[in-house]
Every structure is written in structure tokens, then in C-alpha cells.
Design a protein around this ligand. Structure first.
Ligand SMILES: Cc1ncc(COP(=O)(O)O)c(C=O)c1O
Length: 585
């Protein structure tokens, strides 16, 4: 690899070449070098953007591989592993994944072509990203940038992290994975089991904010001696892993001719690497990229316009265009939504026995649409990027799908009230408190007003959290707050929010796990003629009692009120002289 050139672009001052980000030669062996902040951005000094233009001189259709030297232009070349009887390590179980015919889904869609799935969840770590993780590690080893005892740091949505942690476990590197909160706890558990250290960042942080997984990883790089970020967003090994192996496998498995390949895009390494090789060998093949609604990777630009700001599918989509994404090889982009993705993923499991993840569902749903173009004798390959292991508590759980209105649970379909709206309930106006109210005062207000939870709201109406009996008890009894502390230090922040349009069926499911939910309404507030901000206003707090009262009152109304026949009868009873609860304590 060439030495690091310095140049000033994009206002960030310093641009290393495409590929791994190192903390620089001076920092090798030094420890505890504090990360300096770039005052203007809040991001680490020498922040390396994940969307800088590539300096890679490799050219598709032009740069020729040298199999003896093991190179192609400036890069290494990966030869496909031979199927050994006994593998020297599990890293040999990366690549050579099966291609499986999709029978039932294809038939019910009435497709004329052959629909095939490239099952990347068979890779050792469970996803397509194992390929690039191993490739980037081995390229860095070959170039001398990664040495025994070094630490690998990577910002990732999880699967690259698992691939890197797997390689690090086998090869003996320290591994630190920085991933957004959204990513499943199953991924976190797998990473921990592989010995990786994990740093979580807020899902809502944009890529160039100081809290983003990209910024945080670069800050750690400056602090941790002998560390490297392999930088999947810019590392040429990312697309090349697919150019050298995944695409070659697809071509071989399809007998050298494929008519359409459909792939999801995250960093874009898969789409670009496979797309480039396929275009070289099968120029008429249609390359389809799949991008979730809410992401901006698709072209033309107007495809990306949508109201969706959050999506639950993991592993695809971004809010910037990563350097390794070469959109010139994509003939058609399809946007996919959460609902069709999860429903198709469940169908792939149920009807084809393919234990894939949610984004695979989005890819297959898009493949089914795009493959309508193809005729008999033609082949469409959809790439299933990861497996269901990552999502056991997510889309594999009916309750999780029902909470997102993706399916309806059977027992709900038989109740008269499940489709009614929260707006039908008689909710009393909530009692809010200001953050500076003390813990003691908050408890007194709860006793006086008979509430178990009080939203903590700033003077400007921003919801900071909810002071609940549970949150106050936990912090007070453990000595984490004192009675005179402001209540905002003891609030509960993982409460659920609903709208007045939420169905009572969904509310019932939420109340199975939560004691209460906040009913909020979005309000627009003009601060001047052109400045408008959106705010959430709490319109109520809903608990089991509100739901039960609504159902029982309505049912009594329906049945006629004859249930109070005991009104004039006298009987002897045990008398309760007191009920003791947390609040008394
Ligand atoms: C779970 C998952 N990981 C990774 C990828 C591919 O990502 P990239 O574009 O970074 O190669 C996909 C694409 O569908 C995916 O669904």
C-alpha cells in the first residue's frame, strides 16, 4: 500500500487513501493518546468520511489478474478455497455457499423463470459479511498494517463485526465493534461470545455527528495504541471479496449464464463486487439493487422520497453514499419496505425452509417483482445476506410483528375491541412535572394525585422521561439518588409511545409487558413565518385499568346492566385494614 498522502478536501482537512484507517505511524506502540476533537464538527480530528471519492486505480473490465503474483492492479486477488476434507480453521468455511431453487414462492407468484437463492447465511459467521471481514483482515496482514497483538476496530451494523470478531478469535487479535443501538441483541450476544468488546451508539445519530458509530470508532482509534479500522466503507477488499469469490460462485452454480441478480445494499460492497464481475462475464445480466425505504442509496434520486424515517430491517440502507458503492453497475433499484421484507422472510422460512434474516425477505420480495420480466429458461438469483439467528426475538416472534402492525394475532381477530382506537378511551389529562421538582416532591405529588407515573417535561414541552414508582424506588433504595435530587435524575426512559390512532389490540400487547404507555400527539409550532418545528405533546397516560374499564363498560352497556344483583344483599366479609405498597416504604 502506498504511503498516506495528505490533502485538504471536504472541510475535514486530511484524506488518507482508500482502505484501512490507522492511527498513524507516530502512534504505534504509544498508549493512551487522547483523541483531539475537531472543534467545528465535533467529530474526531482527521475524521475520515465514509463517502470520499476512491483513489483506487483498479478498473473493471480492464485490470487483469496475475494469478502467479496473486495480484490484480493495486490489489490482492482471492482464489476460491478448495473444499478440503478437514478444514484447518473455521475461516475456510467462509464462501462456497449453496445456491438453492425457490420453488413454492416462485410458483405462487406465477414466475416463468427459475428463481434461485444464494444462501450467504451458510457462511461460518452467518452472513455475507464474513467474506469481506476475512478479506480485509488478510489484506491488512499482507500489507503489514495488521500485526500480531493489534486491535481491530470497526463501525458496523453488526454482521461485519461478527465476521471480524470471528477472524480475530481465530487469529488472536483484539476486536472492538462500534454499533448503533438499533441492532439486535442477538448480534451483540454473538459478538460478546466471540470475545469482541462492544460500544453502542444512538441509532438516530447521522453518520457525520460526533455520536455516530463512524465518529466513535475513529475516536477510539486515536486512543487505542496499535489499532486499525479496516473501514468497510472505503476498503477495496470489500467489493473485491465479492468480485473474486461470490460472483464467481454464482456464475459457476448457474452454469456460466445468469440473467438477473438481485442484492440488498448497505456499504454497497456486495452489489458493486458482484455487479462488476457479472457485467464482465454476462453483459446482458440485469443487476438489481435493493434499498430500504428511508435510505438514500437508490437512483434516480426521486425513488428515495418517502415519509419513512426509520426502518427495522437491519444491514441495508444508509444516510450517505459509501465510497465502495459503485452505482454504475446497477441497472435498476427497487425500494423495499419493512412489512414486505418481514413477511417474505417468514415465507422463505415457512415455504422454502431457508432460515434467512429480514433483509433477505426484502431482497426476495424485490426479486419476485423484478423477475416478472424474465421468461422460461432464464435465471434470477437473489442473495440472502444473513440468517434468522440474528433476529430470534425480532421478526421471528409473532408478537414483535404484531406490535408493528405487520401481522394480526389470531386471538385478537376474535375480539370486538381489538380494532377500536385509543381515542375511544376516556383518558384523563396527564399531570406533568418539571425536571427540577425533587424526588421527594414527586413522591408527594404521586400520593396526593393518586398517580403511579408522572411525565417529566421541560418548560418548552420536551418530554425528558417518566418518573415512575419503579424508577424512583430502584434509584432511591440503591442510594443512586437522594430525596432532594431533581426528579430528572431518576426518570424511566424506555417507555412506549402511542398515538390516538393506535388500536386497542396493539395497546393490549404493549400493556402485557409495560405498566403504562404515553399517548402522544404531534404538533407543529411556527416560531416565525418560515421556522416550524414539530413537537410531541402528551395527551394521556394509558394503563390496564383504562382498557379494562372501556371493555367492561361497553360490554355491560351491550348486555344490559343486570349484573349488580347483589346490591341489596348482606353478607359477612373480612375487612382489609391496609394495603402496603412501595409508596409507603
Ligand atoms: C444483513 C445484511 N448485511 C449485509 C448486506 C450487504 O451489505 P453491503 O452492501 O455492505 O455489502 C446486506 C444486503 O442485503 C444485508 O442484508
Amino acid at each position: 500500500m502506498s504511503p498516506v498522502p495528505q490533502e485538504d478536501v471536504n472541510g475535514f482537512g486530511y484524506v488518507p487513501p482508500v482502505g484501512p484507517i490507522t492511527s498513524g505511524p507516530k502512534q504505534r506502540k504509544k498508549s493512551g493518546v487522547a483523541a483531539k476533537k475537531d472543534e467545528s464538527h465535533g467529530c474526531p480530528m482527521r475524521f475520515v468520511r465514509p463517502d470520499l471519492s476512491s483513489r483506487c486505480t483498479w478498473i473493471a473490465n480492464h485490470t487483469k489478474p496475475d494469478l502467479i503474483a496473486g495480484t490484480q492492479g493495486p490489489h490482492s486477488i482471492d482464489l476460491r478455497k478448495e473444499k478440503a476434507g478437514i478444514m484447518p480453521t473455521v475461516l475456510h468455511a467462509i464462501g462456497n455457499t449453496p445456491m438453492v431453487r425457490i420453488n413454492n414462492i416462485s410458483k405462487s407468484a406465477g414466475l416463468k423463470c427459475e428463481l434461485l437463492a444464494k444462501c450467504e447465511f451458510f457462511n461460518a459467521g452467518g452472513s455475507v459479511k464474513d467474506r469481506i471481514a476475512l478479506r480485509m483482515v488478510e489484506d491488512a496482514e499482507k500489507s503489514g498494517q495488521l500485526k500480531p497483538g493489534d486491535a481491530i476496530i470497526e463501525p458496523t451494523s453488526g454482521n461485519t463485526g461478527i465476521g471480524l470478531a470471528l477472524a480475530a478469535a481465530v487469529k488472536g487479535y483484539r476486536c472492538i465493534i462500534v454499533l448503533p443501538e438499533k441492532m439486535s441483541s442477538e448480534k451483540v450476544a454473538t459478538l460478546r461470545a466471540l470475545g469482541a468488546e462492544i460500544v453502542r451508539t444512538p441509532t438516530s445519530a447521522s453518520w457525520d455527528s460526533p455520536e455516530s458509530h463512524i465518529s466513535v470508532a475513529q475516536r477510539l482509534l486515536a486512543e487505542i495504541p496499535n489499532s486499525i479500522i479496516l473501514d468497510q466503507y472505503r476498503n477495496p477488499g470489500n467489493p473485491l471479496a465479492h468480485y473474486d469469490t461470490t460472483a464467481e460462485e454464482i456464475l459457476e452454480q448457474c452454469g456460466g449464464k445468469v440473467d438477473m441478480v438481485v442484492m440488498g445494499a448497505g456499504t454497497g460492497g456486495t452489489v458493486s463486487g458482484i455487479g462488476r464481475k457479472i457485467k464482465e462475464k454476462c453483459p446482458n445480466c440485469i443487476v438489481v439493487g435493493v434499498d430500504p425505504l428511508g435510505s438514500i442509496l437508490a437512483e434516480p434520486e426521486n425513488l428515495n422520497r418517502s415519509d419513512v424515517t426509520y426502518y427495522d430491517v437491519e444491514g441495508t440502507g444508509y444516510d450517505f453514499i459509501p465510497t465502495v458503492l459503485d452505482r454504475s453497475v446497477v441497472d435498476k433499484w427497487i425500494k423495499s419496505g419493512d412489512k414486505e421484507s418481514f413477511i417474505m422472510a417468514r415465507r422463505l422460512i415457512r415455504e422454502e425452509g431457508l432460515l434467512c434474516g429480514g433483509s433477505s425477505g426484502g431482497t426476495m420480495a424485490s426479486a419476485v417483482k423484478a423477475a416478472e420480466l424474465l421468461g422460461p429458461g432464464q435465471k434470477c438469483v437473489a442473495l440472502l445476506a444473513d440468517g434468522v439467528r440474528n433476529y430470534m426475538t425480532k421478526f421471528l416472534d409473532d408478537q414483535w410483528l404484531a406490535d408493528r402492525d405487520i401481522i394480526k394475532l389470531e386471538d385478537e381477530a376474535t375480539t370486538w375491541w381489538a380494532d377500536e382506537k385509543v381515542s375511544s378511551l376516556e383518558l384523563s389529562a396527564p399531570l406533568n412535572i418539571l425536571p427540577k421538582v425533587t424526588v421527594e416532591q414527586a413522591i408527594d405529588i404521586m400520593v396526593k394525585e393518586g398517580f403511579d407515573q408522572l411525565p417529566v417535561v421541560t418548560g418548552k414541552g420536551q418530554i425528558l422521561g417518566v418518573a415512575t414508582l419503579g424508577s424512583l424506588k430502584t434509584k432511591l433504595l440503591k442510594g443512586k439518588v437522594s430525596a432532594t435530587d431533581p426528579v430528572e435524575t431518576a426518570t424511566y426512559n424506555t417507555f412506549k409511545k402511542l398515538s390516538l390512532d393506535t388500536t386497542l389490540g396493539k395497546l393490549n400487547r404493549i400493556l402485557d409487558t409495560d405498566h403504562f404507555a404515553l399517548v402522544v400527539h404531534r404538533q407543529r409550532l411556527y416560531s416565525s413565518e418560515h421556522e416550524v418545528e414539530e413537537r410531541e405533546v402528551i395527551v394521556g397516560i394509558v394503563t390496564d385499568i383504562d382498557l379494562l374499564q372501556y371493555i367492561t363498560r361497553a360490554e355491560c352497556g351491550k348486555l344490559g346492566s343486570d349484573s349488580d344483583s347483589s346490591e341489596h344483599e348482606l353478607e359477612e366479609r373480612e375487612v382489609t385494614v391496609g394495603i402496603v405498597t412501595d409508596i409507603d416504604l
